[in-house]
Design a protein around this ligand. Structure first.
Ligand SMILES: *[C@@H]1O[C@H](CO)[C@@H](O)[C@H](O)[C@H]1NC(C)=O
Ligand SMILES: *[C@@H]1O[C@H](CO)[C@@H](O)[C@H](O)[C@H]1NC(C)=O
Length: 207
C-alpha cells in the first residue's frame, strides 16, 4: 500500500555513504557488511516488537546512512531506545573511538583516567548511554549523527571524546528541546520510536 511502497522506493534510492572520517566517530564508517547486518537486525527488532511485519508499517533502516525508524500499527514500540541495534552500535563505536583517542592524547600519565572517563560517558545499552542521533523520519533523510552529549535519562554527559565537536551544540540548544524543561526533555529523549509512532499515526489519519 502507500506506506510500504514508499519504504521500497526509499530503500532503492538510498544515497551514497559518507566517507569514513579518520578520527571523528560516525556510524557510517562501519564497513558495508556490518552496516547491512545492523540494518537487518534493526528492522527485525522493529517487526518483532510490533508483532510481525504486517504490524510494522514504518520499519526502515538505510544501510548507507544508517537512518532508522520504527512505528507499529497497533502499539507504540516499547523497545528501549538504547537497546535498538543501530543506537547501541553507535554507542559502542563512540566508546571505541573515545578509547583510541586516549592513546593519542599528549600526557600519557592520565591515560587511565581518560579510559575511566570513556567508560563513565559511554554506559552503552543503559539509559545512561549518550543519546544516538541516528533516528530519522524516513529512509531518505540522513540522520543528524551528532547532537548534544546527553543521556537517554536526560543527564548532561562529559566530553564523549569521540572526535566530534559538540561545543556549539551544547551552547546553542535551539536545535533541541529549547522550550521544554529538563524533565520533559528527558521524557522526550526516552524513546525515538515514540516520535516515529506518532508520525505513523499522523500518516494514517491523513491517508
Ligand atoms: C591504545 O593503547 C593500548 C595500551 O597501550 C593498546 O593496547 C591499544 O592497542 C592502543 N590502541 C590504539 C588504537 O592505538
Ligand atoms: C529522533 O528521536 C528524538 C527523540 O524521540 C526526537 O526528538 C527527534 O525528533 C527524532 N528525530 C527525527 C529526525 O525523527
Amino acid at each position: 500500500m502507500k506506506i510500504s511502497a514508499a519504504i521500497l522506493v526509499s530503500a532503492a534510492a538510498a544515497g551514497a555513504a559518507s566517507a569514513a572520517s579518520s578520527s571523528a566517530w560516525i556510524i557510517t564508517s562501519l564497513d558495508s557488511g556490518a552496516r547491512a547486518n545492523l540494518c537487518q537486525r534493526q528492522i527485525q527488532t522493529c517487526q518483532n516488537n510490533c508483532g510481525g511485519p504486517k504490524s510494522a508499517p514504518m520499519s526502515f533502516c538505510n544501510p548507507d546512512t544508517m537512518a532508522w525508524g520504527c512505528g507499529c500499527a497497533d502499539k507504540t514500540p516499547d523497545f528501549e531506545t538504547w537497546n535498538w541495534p543501530v543506537p547501541a552500535a553507535d554507542c559502542t563505536g563512540s566508546l571505541s573511538t573515545c578509547r583510541d583517542n586516549c592513546n593519542s592524547s599528549s600526557g600519557s600519565g592520565d591515560r587511565n583516567a581518560c579510559f575511566t572517563n570513556c567508560a563513565s560517558t559511554h554506559k552503552c545499552n543503559t539509559e545512561d548511554a549518550p543519546v544516538s542521533y541516528t533516528n530519522s523520519t524516513d529512509a531518505d533523510t540522513p540522520p543528524k549523527y551528532v547532537g548534544p552529549a546527553v543521556s537517554y535519562k536526560g543527564d548532561q554527559l562529559g566530553d564523549l571524546n569521540d572526535g566530534n565537536d559538540r561545543s556549539n551544540l551544547d551552547d546553542d540548544k535551539s536545535s533541541t528541546e529549547s522550550t521544554t524543561d529538563t524533565a520533559s526533555s528527558a521524557a522526550a529523549l526516552r524513546c525515538a520510536a515514540l516520535a516515529v509512532a506518532a508520525a505513523v499515526a499522523a500518516v494514517a489519519i491523513a491517508a
